[in-house]
Design a protein around this ligand. Structure first.
Ligand code: NAI
Length: 411
């Protein structure tokens, strides 16, 4: 079967590593530096099989409806709020992102901040910039032998634990899920236990109803006097007014904050916070994951997910789609079908396969509330031409009233 060259449109200056990977995989790649407005985007999507965006491009239901050839959408970033995920799901378009590509970058920032807080480096640096020479040792400490408490021991938290232990910190953590401790890191039963023991508390939980304000006035009061608080997770996790008051009173010895309940939209907007100009407080503009390496990893991770989807139908790691991964078997032909999740689809599909003399060698179906995703490998009886049979099967499946999208992948 002649495979037409598939087209990828990448907007918002996506990393060249991703462009190279897609080009190597045989895509015709068009890149744009800027984001496109919704109506401009809608006008460009006919004939596009893969679309790559970052956080500034809004993908609306209307844009998706004007993209009949679109097979998948890659968000070359962490968040996916800019995409109408429900509409993409209903139209059979899986959406991918790269949630863990910047894990190491955040962990390294936190490690740097542990030493900066312990030595009051933010304040000293500012003073010297202002021409003041204040040599201070009172209230400055080595981190060796101190206790670091990690709240949320997932991808980032556990990396921080490994790196901190290498610097001689004793590491404890609290997580709602059971987590395997790395190295000599130790799990604690409650947040209260962690706050009582820790000289540094670092937060690495997601933004959920349970974590909203989880470091409020009572929790901050439960910390060791003079301990430090680091938040590079989500702005809603800490009660900022309570933290500012605790720093002013000396209950908290310093803080490093990268994320805020309200963040400016862009560089031209002013930043207001009760934390500004307090002693030993490091404020950064949500840059925990912002490194060249993270950008490159994001490019590689999302491009790889898109290529795997095209080549084998794999949807593992998609944020809006039933996750399916079935290894490819040489000599078989794969039919991929997205359908409305109603009773009887599998029976209809299997009937079509037998009508065409095909034999099902592998079949995986995964569903969510609205769609089903079927990955099916066919072998055919001797003499028949495999791709042709798979093509005929796919063409008939596409005629079913339940069909959303169907295509064939040759092994
Ligand atoms: P993850 O999902 O790998 O880990 C989160 C951990 O928190 C999980 O182990 C989970 O069980 C635990 N958790 C959930 N609710 C909890 C609770 N109530 N109490 C204790 N533990 C709880 O997430 P990952 O990748 O480690 O990210 C952590 C945070 O960092 C997220 O909020 C993410 O949005 C944020 N982040 C911030 C960046 C920045 O630029 N500052 C960049 C990347 C991530």
């Amino acid at each position: 079967m002649v495979q037409t060259r598939k087209k990828a449109l990448l907007v918002e200056n996506i990393h060249p590593g991703a462009v190279a990977l897609l080009a190597q995989a045989g895509f015709e790649v068009e890149t744009l530096k800027a984001a496109l407005k919704p109506d401009e985007m809608a006008a460009r999507l006919a004939g596009v099989h893969l679309l790559g965006i970052r956080s500034k491009t809004q993908i609306t239901q209307a844009a998706l409806a004007s993209a009949p050839d679109l097979i998948a959408l890659g968000c070359f970033c962490i968040g996916t709020n800019q995409v109408d995920l429900g509409s993409a799901n209903a139209l059979g378009v899986p959406v991918f992102n790269a949630p863990f590509s910047n894990t190491r970058s955040v962990a390294e920032l936190v490690i740097g901040e542990i030493i900066m807080l312990s030595r009051q480096l933010g304040d000293r640096s500012r003073e010297v910039h202002e021409g003041k020479w204040r040599k201070v040792s009172a209230g400055c400490f080595e981190v060796r032998g101190k206790t670091l408490g990690i709240v949320g021991y997932g991808h980032i938290g556990s990396q921080v634990g490994v790196l901190a232990e290498a610097m001689g910190l004793r590491v404890v953590f609290f997580d709602v899920a059971t987590k395997l401790p790395m190295g000599n890191n130790r799990s604690l039963a409650t947040l209260g236990d962690l706050l009582e023991q820790s000289d540094f508390v670092t937060l690495h939980v997601p933004a959920t109803r349970e974590t909203h304000g989880m470091m409020g006035e009572p929790q901050i009061a439960g910390m060791k006097r003079g301990a430090y608080l680091i938040n590079a997770s989500r702005g809603t996790v800490v009660d900022i007014a309570a933290l500012a008051a605790a720093i002013a009173s000396g209950q908290v010895g310093g803080a490093a904050v990268d994320v805020y309940p309200e963040e400016p939209e862009g560089a031209s907007d002013a930043f207001a916070s009760p934390l500004r100009n307090l002693p030993n407080v490091i404020l950064t503009p949500h840059i925990g994951g912002s490194t060249e390496e993270a950008q490159e990893m994001i490019g590689r991770e999302v491009a790889t997910s898109l290529i795997k989807l095209i080549d084998s139908g794999t949807t593992t790691a998609s944020v809006n789609f039933p996750n399916v991964e079935l290894p490819m078997t040489p000599g078989l032909h794969r039919v991929l079908n997205v359908h409305r999740n109603v009773p009887g689809v599998l029976g209809d599909v299997n009937h079509i396969v037998s009508q065409h003399g095909g034999n099902i060698r592998g079949q995986t179906l995964s569903t969510d509330a609205s769609i089903g995703y079927l990955v099916m490998d066919l072998e055919v009886t001797a003499g028949a031409e495999g791709v042709a049979v798979a093509g005929a099967v796919a063409a008939d499946i596409a005629k079913l009233v339940t069909n959303i999208k169907t295509r064939v992948v040759a092994s």
